[in-house]
Design a protein around this ligand. Sequence first.
Ligand code: GLA
Length: 518
Amino acid sequence: MKKMRFALAAGTGLLLLIINSCGSGPESSAVEPKIILTPAPSANVRINGAKIFGVRPGSPFLFKIPATGKKPLKYEVLNLPEGLACNPETGMITGTLNSSGKFMTTVRVTNELGKAEREFSIVCGDDLALTPHMGWNSWYVWENHVTDRIMRDAADAMVSSGMIDHGYMYVNIDDCWSVKPGSADSTLMGEERDKNGMINANGRFPDMKALTDYIHSKGLKAGIYTSPGVLTCGGYAAAYGNEEKDVARYVEWGYDFLKYDWCSYSKIGRTDLLSDLQKPYILISELLKKQNRDIVLNLCQYGMGDVWKWGRKIGGQSWRTAGDLGGSFEGIGKALFRDGFDVYSSDSLHLYAGPGGWNDPDYLLLGYLSNWKGETVPTPLTPNEQYTHVSLWSIVAAPLIFSGDIARMDDFTLSLLTNDEIIDVDQDPLGKPGYRVSRDGDLEVWKRDLEDGSIAVGLFNRGETETEVTALWSDLGISGKQKLRDLWRQLDLGSFDGKYSASVGRHGTVMLRMWPEK
Ligand code: GLA
């Protein structure tokens, strides 16, 4: 059956690049080759990523237009509201908006072969994160070894890999940037706070402001991490009792994103009391809202107290829906199905997320990751599971935050992260997360409504052998002839009525988009 799939794709004239099998995953992955389905980027211009962007009045604005095509590209924005300007060479829109409103602009990007145009809405108001965040986080590859150099290299790699041209925006430090009380490592020792009570970075981060300036100079945004307890999960100085000063510090340093963990707050608040679960997050979000800088707030408390029901109300722009997807390196495959598919379905998480507030099932665990034994090794996910990972995250409108080694990606990993038609599903401006419409044993069909009236459909096979998965129109809530497209291959499949079946590999996925035929 597997051979049949290759033949099918090859028969359509699509170039498939087969890379050596990773051989590091479970037994069956040894025979599962890494096949790049994402077509090579075209020389023609394509504008990618978010079509809508939120900013608060008075906050510094920074948005780099993501576009691919033969370089050099020239960027232009028509009807840009007063207060903003677009740099034609870099595509960075900067400035400040002073009054609320929705501004409909047209982005135009040109190269020697032609131009592309697309609507881009700028919404100045209370809401940030009108589409799920896209970016990179240091945790799963660098854990407690993160440094200023690593963060700069990550920003460089975001640009040189081209990820920035597909909409990736945030470069986020996770735990381990502050002083570690009791540490014997000279780079982690020192005063936790200065004489004014402002938190210090440890010796691995000599100048936080210079670091964020560097990240911003590339058109990217910078993220930081802390916990509401006395210590972070890794045992580093955290925010308890100093929240106001710490937020002021993040603003002074120029951060745009805050991941607020839980961990040692269990010593302060009770996890069986909703008011205790909410208290530190209400405090921090109120402080963030007062700043003249937009700092996106990510709640990281592992889904306690059904956080999806209140995360947005108390000011979060996203909330982790479960524990750490990669807490056990060998267990990532299992966690993908448990925390991705099962948590999401059993709690109907799609009902709670949307523009301004997103369910966060954790990071994209692709490429090279820490195995928590001092080594950086390839993800244990099989190639099919990696397709499933990115597909499911896009269907459920999850943040696309890659946490493998961004400076050491192979073409396969990059192809998983930069398929613009998959990203379009994730970033769809309607912001309606998808959900499971049918389950037949190991076979699941998921659907997401999209802004243009089409739907994205994921055919998933959680079973151990390649099997045919069928999407029935009756399950999808549609009728009549539909024009189908295979999103990973970016290939039209033709017109279908009533149902569509495809053979799906072990733990694999076929991602489709369907438009009603006129
Ligand atoms: C928790 C979080 C992880 C990571 C670590 C850092 O486990 O869930 O995402 O931030 O803390 O210590």
